[in-house]
Design a protein around this ligand. Structure first.
Ligand code: SF4
Length: 445
């Protein structure tokens, strides 16, 4: 009998990389990937536990999955990853869950499930699994370069359930990239909780990794995510600019979380207004066409309206193309949980709205300045009347797209070829559509 599995992935791109590790482990043990949840014997939910909102989503998905399987009574519900690691004890008390395991065990998912449910074991050794796990018409994949984090930011629960920082070997990362890019993946996102601590913070090793990846024939775009905004990131940017990498996209993701030094200290983070300003200006000078993504955590205990004004001042002074503003979430087990002077939730949301509204205007101004420019974009999706492109300066799923209206009929009548997803095209930015662009395809033959 072929036992089938189906994985639901919640949370960030790191979880996507972990789900892929689970899939490989399950396929190696002879389980079969199901294309529909209905037919699966095992429904594995890879969970998120980052903040309150993510935990709520996880719980909702678990109960929805339990409701759904009433149509398939033999289906087993397995909960894996961050949520089950963080709430190990509570997991045992949820009768809807048949089995659970935490972080750090993704590569053993196959063995764990086989042993727990006592199903026959097989050992299949081939890299052809990769063809199986790449989704049709998806041209990017996250690859983890490390796991865990030693930074201990006072608001963050991640080290509690992801553990201590651990780098992967360069060889393993290169092999995984090869396996994916040789089967149609064009863009790799290097993900981690703390990328600049890779190889114990040895910058030469980090650059060596980028050089090794740059050599891979079938890799087109390489994107670095989560560079902690400190001196090491400054040095990394310097090194990158000297090397003139061709595949590394001009994109810096560096979450500052705040610009008030008092709040940053209280968050147990480094940096301040001037340092972040200098870092971003330097990065733009050294890397042509660079765009920046950062995050701000709003409503940390003791934050005052002056601290919010400082963020607004920063946003007006330092152009940042892509920003995510998070509401502070009081997480058990973190240092800031017991801080006095917690900000009431209503006030946090007021501050969040104020900042988001202000940033909307700034973002629109930044976007308007790009109109008329031509970018080599990847075509991600084709609908009957629109083509959806993405610029190298935009990360998948979170940043802007460039939408080009088109008609197959007129392309055919002009004897032009139909654009193909996964291919690269020159697109001019013509207009703004809320957070996306409207574009015009150049030189289609
Ligand atoms: S750097 Fe700070 S916010 Fe990021 S994962 Fe580590 S502890 Fe959490």
């Amino acid at each position: 009998m072929n036992y089938k599995f189906y994985i639901t992935t919640l949370g960030c791109p790191k979880n996507e990389a972990d789900s892929r590790e689970m899939e490989i482990s399950l396929l190696k043990k002879g389980l079969v990937k199901s294309s529909s949840l209905q037919d699966a014997h095992f429904h594995i939910i890879n969970t998120c536990s980052f903040i309150e909102e993510a935990k709520k989503e996880t719980i909702d998905v678990i109960f929805e999955a339990h409701q759904f399987r009433k149509k398939n009574k033999d289906q087993k519900l397995i909960v894996a990853g961050c949520f089950s690691e963080r709430y190990k004890k509570q997991m045992k008390e949820i009768p809807e869950i048949d089995f659970h395991f935490g972080t750090g065990l993704y590569h053993r998912a196959g063995d764990l499930i086989i042993e727990h449910f006592q199903i026959p074991k097989q050992n299949i050794e081939t890299t052809e699994f990769y063809s199986n796990i790449i989704k049709k018409n998806k041209f990017y994949a996250p690859i983890k370069i490390s796991d865990g984090c030693n930074r201990n930011c006072s608001f963050c629960a991640i080290p509690i359930f992801r553990g201590k920082f651990q780098s992967r070997e360069i060889e393993d990362i290169v092999n995984e990239t090869k396996n994916l890019t040789n089967r149609g993946i064009k863009e790799i996102l290097l993900v981690s909780q703390d990328s600049n601590s890779f190889a114990g913070g040895d910058i030469s090793k980090f650059i060596e990794l980028l050089e090794r990846l740059e050599e891979l024939e079938n890799l087109y775009w390489l994107r670095l995510l989560y560079l902690y905004p400190d001196q090491r990131t400054k040095k990394i940017i310097n090194e990158i600019s000297k090397k003139k990498f061709k595949k590394l996209v001009p994109y810096l993701e560096s979450p500052v979380q705040h610009v008030s030094e008092k709040i940053l200290k209280s968050m147990n983070r480094t940096g301040n207004y001037d340092f972040f300003k200098e870092l971003f200006i330097m990065a733009r000078e050294l890397i042509p066409e660079l765009e920046i993504r950062t995050t701000f955590l709003i409503g940390f205990p003791e934050e005052t309206s002056e601290d919010i004004d400082l963020i607004l001042q920063f946003l007006n002074e330092v152009p940042v193309e892509h920003i995510h503003f998070f509401a502070y979430s009081r997480e058990e087990g973190t240092k800031s949980y017991s801080r006095k002077k917690q900000i009431p939730q209503k006030e946090i949301l007021n501050r969040l709205n104020l900042i988001q509204e202000e940033y909307k205007n700034i973002q629109r101004r930044i976007m308007s300045e790009k109109l008329g420019k031509i970018y080599k974009c990847i075509l991600e999706k084709v609908s009957p009347e629109e083509l959806y492109f993405r610029r190298p300066q935009s990360a998948p799923e979170i940043d802007d797209m460039v939408i080009v209206p088109y008609s197959i009929k007129s392309l055919k009548s002009e004897n032009k070829s139909i654009p193909r997803p996964g291919e690269f095209y020159d697109v001019e930015l013509k207009d703004i559509l809320i957070y996306d662009y409207i574009g015009k395809l150049q030189n289609l033959y």
